[in-house]
Design a binder for this molecule. Structure first.
Ligand SMILES: NC(=O)c1ccc[n+]([C@@H]2O[C@H](COP(=O)([O-])OP(=O)(O)OC[C@H]3O[C@@H](n4cnc5c(N)ncnc54)[C@H](OP(=O)(O)O)[C@@H]3O)[C@@H](O)[C@H]2O)c1
Length: 248
């Protein structure tokens, strides 16, 4: 698997948004480095779907990206494949856990920062030691700018992702473009009640949640359709970020 075809690495691609991104690039004939952590069966199914849609090649890469030794194995695997240039590295893998303010403990910061911030940083840093990257797409959240109650460590970790986007964009220009997509709710967490989803819809100016296709379109825009953005944030949130608050 060398660099004969356009190549994308997608983290957390067994399920949900990562899977939707992998399938979209597969359908346009890319070769896919499909990362997963624990969802092995789903990763294998996604690989099969990618191939049936037209992916040139799909390589499964398993790693808990918060673990330095597992990251090194993943980086070594990419190197062994002979990948010295990637068209895109897209990093949606993340964690999200409710943490009521009074009960936040240090481990809640470690949990969110290790997965959402440090893992992404060290994957990028490690890849750049042997590989040229054209585009990096990180994942923020509208709540990094307008944090909601009960998720402070998560919202702060996503604010750090925005900062990382801008810092890396400056450091890596002009070779590599680095941008961030900040979704609103497109796929609610597993187990979210219909009432909860209705509440989110009503809180959005567009009165609905988004779909994975809305996010996939943003990734496609940044990677393939536009060559002049770097250090930017694309907010795809149905307008939640601009919704007026009742509080003054
Ligand atoms: N879904 C939404 O509506 C929404 C809204 C706002 C922002 N976002 C952001 O958009 C991105 C994608 O959202 P999503 O809902 O698809 O994400 P998700 O389902 O919460 O997580 C995606 C994947 O991340 C992987 N992951 C978690 N911890 C990991 C670790 N330590 N090492 C390696 N992989 C790890 C998991 O892989 P395994 O299953 O293989 O373990 C998981 O399937 C995230 O950054 C999220 O914060 C999403």
């Amino acid at each position: 698997m060398a660099n004969l075809y356009k190549t994308i690495l997608v983290t957390g691609a067994a399920k949900r948004l990562g899977r939707a991104i992998a399938l979209d690039f597969a359908a346009r004939g890319w070769q896919i480095l499909l990362h997963y952590r624990s969802s092995e069966a789903e990763a294998i199914a996604t690989k099969e779907e990618c191939l049936s849609l037209g992916a040139r090649h799909v390589e499964l890469l398993q790693a808990d990206l918060t673990q330095s030794n597992e990251r090194q194995v993943l980086l070594g695997d990419v190197k062994k494949l002979g990948i010295l240039r990637m068209d895109a590295v897209v990093l949606p893998a993340a964690v999200f856990r409710k943490t009521d303010l009074g009960n936040v403990v240090e481990g809640d910061f470690d949990f969110h920062y290790n997965a959402n911030v440090k893992a992404n940083f060290f994957v990028i840093q490690g890849l750049l030691k042997f590989c040229t990257i054209d585009n990096i797409v990180l994942f923020g959240d509208w709540s990094a700018t307008r944090p909601y109650a009960g998720y402070l460590p998560y919202c702060m970790s996503k604010a750090a992702v925005l900062c990382m986007t801008k810092a890396l964009a400056l450091e890596l220009a002009p070779k590599t473009r680095v941008n961030c997509i900040s979704p609103g709710t497109v796929l609610p967490p597993d187990g979210a009640s219909p009432e909860k989803i209705y509440g989110i819809e009503q809180a959005s100016p567009l009165k609905r949640i988004g779909s994975p296709d809305d996010i996939v379109a943003g990734v496609r825009f940044l990677v393939e359709e536009n060559q002049f953005s770097t250090g930017s944030e694309i907010v795809i949130d149905g307008g939640r970020m601009i919704q007026n608050s009742d509080l003054y």
